[in-house]
Design a protein around this ligand. Structure first.
Ligand SMILES: Nc1ncnc2c1ncn2[C@@H]1O[C@H](COP(=O)(O)OP(=O)(O)O)[C@@H](O)[C@H]1O
Ligand SMILES: [Mg+2]
Length: 268
């Protein structure tokens, strides 16, 4: 039986234009996808955009842990048919459209991790997220590391691909492998690249150029630069405190960088 958890959330009224769905991917793990996803959601939430975050890293779902929230429901319960996808959303910082927060559909809430998700379940989640799009202004999918078919399926189910890279050579090779596979499998999205943990803006731009040149030469497209984010010790500090960066350190350089990226991505 499908039922709603006992929360006071109401399904928001449909918007005129459905929210674009952004997949945040990288190939390599530990480059800052999850942190960027939630910080972008904070930035859009503060700008009055109704934003939904979906934790699609179902094996190691950890958005709720980074944010210090306790979801009452999760995707696992949706796939089991216990609840509808919209009922699985947990409000973060007041929820979407209220005090400048956002909604989160968690990957797990202690009800069990989905290490090996079936592709048909990925398709089900993508379809479900699409039906929620008219109720939001922006939707972010936080993908897992790797290039496996489920990551590719989530990326194909999105309207825009945000590719997170760092200066580490393995990050570049893994990101390249992901975009190459997506292209080989018919993907049409031109990635918007975020260079994270950059030692300087100039170094970040150089890394982007290196990546863009490889894509241009061997894959026949040039990715866009969404922006560069500085390496900032206040990021790990906020994560350790399980508090969103703009709440713990409103003046952090990394948050200023994300604000700029939030604006750049609004034009995607
Ligand atoms: N701009 C940054 N400056 C410093 N550390 C960062 C930055 N972005 C991310 N990190 C660190 O990287 C770690 C991994 O981030 P996370 O978002 O979990 O990566 P992913 O989701 O790609 O695996 C975080 O614990 C955080 O401490
Ligand atoms: Mg992650």
């Amino acid at each position: 039986m499908t039922s709603r958890p006992n929360t006071a959330r109401e399904t928001p009224a449909p918007r005129i234009k459905p929210a674009p769905i952004f997949a945040v991917a990288s190939g390599k793990g530990g480059v800052g996808k999850t942190w960027l996803t939630t910080t972008l959601a904070c930035a859009w939430g503060r700008a009055g955009r109704r934003t939904l975050v979906v934790d699609c890293d179902l094996g190691l779902a950890n958005i709720d842990v980074q944010l210090g929230v306790r979801p009452q429901a999760d995707i696992h319960s949706v796939l089991r048919g216990w609840i509808d996808l919209d009922a699985a959303a947990t409000p973060v910082l007041g929820g979407a459209g209220r005090g400048g927060g956002f909604d989160l559909i968690a990957g797990h809430s202690g009800s069990g991790a989905l290490a090996a998700i079936k592709l048909e379940d990925v398709a089900k989640i993508c379809d479900g997220v699409r039906t929620l799009a008219p109720h939001y202004d922006r939707i972010l999918l936080d993908l897992s590391a790797g290039v496996d078919p489920s990551v590719q399926r989530f990326a194909r189910g999105a309207d825009a691909l945000v590719l997170v890279i760092t200066e580490e050579p393995t990050s570049l090779t893994d990101a390249y492998a992901l975009v190459k596979l997506l292209k080989l499998n018919g993907g049409q999205l031109i990635p918007s690249v975020v260079v994270n943990m950059a030692e300087s803006r100039m170094r970040g731009r150089k890394v982007f150029e290196q990546f863009a040149m490889a894509c241009n030469e061997y894959l026949g497209f040039r990715p866009k630069l969404a922006g560069v984010i500085s390496r900032d010790p206040r990021v790990p500090d906020a994560i350790r405190a399980q508090t969103p960066l703009p709440v713990r350190h409103p003046q952090a350089q990394a948050f200023e960088d994300v604000l700029r990226i939030a604006e750049a991505l609004s034009e995607v």
